[in-house]
Design a protein around this ligand. Sequence first.
Ligand code: SF4
Ligand code: SF4
Length: 189
Amino acid sequence: MAMPAARKMTSLESIYLVELFKGLALTMGHVVKNLFDQNRFVTIEYPDVRKTMAERYRGAHRLLLRPDGKVKCVACMCCPTICPAKCITIIAGEAPDDPAEKFPVEFDIDMLRCIFCGFCVEACPKDAIRMDTRIYEVNAYTRQALIHNKTYMVNLMDGIKPPAEEFYRLNPESAPAGFVSSPSASGAP
Ligand code: SF4
Ligand code: SF4
């Protein structure tokens, strides 16, 4: 297919000066509009202001507790089996009060390898693991600190991560169901 011929510039356009001022006027128009209407900003003043993530945004994992304070996880190994990044490590143990039941003695997720696919959440038959925290600040100074363990994931919403708590306090409409800003029961088996 033949390409359309390039439009020939007018003599006024060919000296670029008028076009230059047109561009500047456009930019200054946006600057002035933004000064009077901050809702037009596409940037936010992070970390003082935090982005409200979409309802289905997958944040850092948390482990849920039963009403008796034990972790819901029964160490069935569905999540480490389905995890495509092979970043979940669970060491199972027998529950002291019920030998028929297991619980995770250790439950680690290597966040350096996690691809946030959410398969672990989908695979869990006990609704024991969720990625509804909307915590996107998964960072640390050491690699070891990026291996989230059971205690960390159980307590994630209970003040160990103040930014998340602050975020939910300021954005209660985004808080996961059951979230309370004060520390709650977190005793794992
Ligand atoms: S989100 Fe995906 S990659 Fe990350 S731990 Fe779960 S299954 Fe593995
Ligand atoms: S979190 Fe769910 S899927 Fe993973 S081992 Fe525990 S019960 Fe099984």
